[in-house]
Design a protein around this ligand. Sequence first.
Ligand code: CP
Ligand code: NVA
Length: 306
Amino acid sequence: MTELRHFLDLDQAAPETLRAMLDSGARMKRSGGKESALAGKTLAMVFEKPSTRTRVSFEVAMQSLGGKVVILEPEGSQLGRGETVADTARILSQYVDVIMYRTSSSENLTEMVEAASIPVINGLTDASHPCQIMADVMTFEEVVGPIAGRVVAWCGDANNVANSWIHAAVRFGFEFRIASPEGFRPPAGVLDWARANNGRVSVGADPVAAVTGADCVVTDTWVSMGDAQAEKRRAALTPFRVDADLMAKANPKAIFMHCLPVYREDEATAEVVDGPQSVIWTEAGNRLHAQKSILLWCLLGDAGLA
Ligand code: CP
Ligand code: NVA
């Protein structure tokens, strides 16, 4: 049996495959194409958490490649009544060709992958958000140029999105500096993996040190889906807010990125979010093109990206 092409995390994907996906996504953005590449294929999306961008961009990506989409949520499916993730995977594997799964825990994702006999795409867990970071790297390269050798600074909660940025730093060869308070830092395992793979990833508590000379400043919500104690989190993270003074420490041509949804005046001021250095709308738009190449690779392999 051929090995399934799951898209689970950037540390599990070959750098040349990720590069081919980015190039293919950028090509499709520029000149379209592949309108019937996935004709006859169906994507099932399973959401245990809310979504706007991931949901719509995957649905439109699949349709514009000629495929079809079905969506499952706990409400309205037997998942909400205790049918296991593994049983759901076995059933879906008989009806559709690929599963995109957004779940609260990486254990659930593993359960889905182990029971599925079709490719599974990680649409966000508490530990990572690889589809987002493919769109983010694509956006950096579209706006700034090749990301290899550049500096990206993260200020705030080093959450699931930050973990995928760390993976990307190693896979695409850029420096990633994190400024976050104790208790809001990446898991040791992710940092150890970066170190073992010669990644240039640093973690500190000084936003100015992280941002100085950076080519991109990135942050995310202080209260991710499922996080408790929102007020306590806000208090700890307030010194890490991205404002105009902090952006002024970065490279003058630096861009500001955020995966969205954004909470203006929490993790970043409205002045920055809606300001001239912000590329958040291009970033959100690029989810569509990145999603297309992820689907093409999962269903057709490297040939699908050519
Ligand atoms: N950035 C992102 O994944 O957005 P959604 O939660 O709306 O899908
Ligand atoms: N860190 C956020 C990302 C949302 C797309 C969350 O997990 O809620």
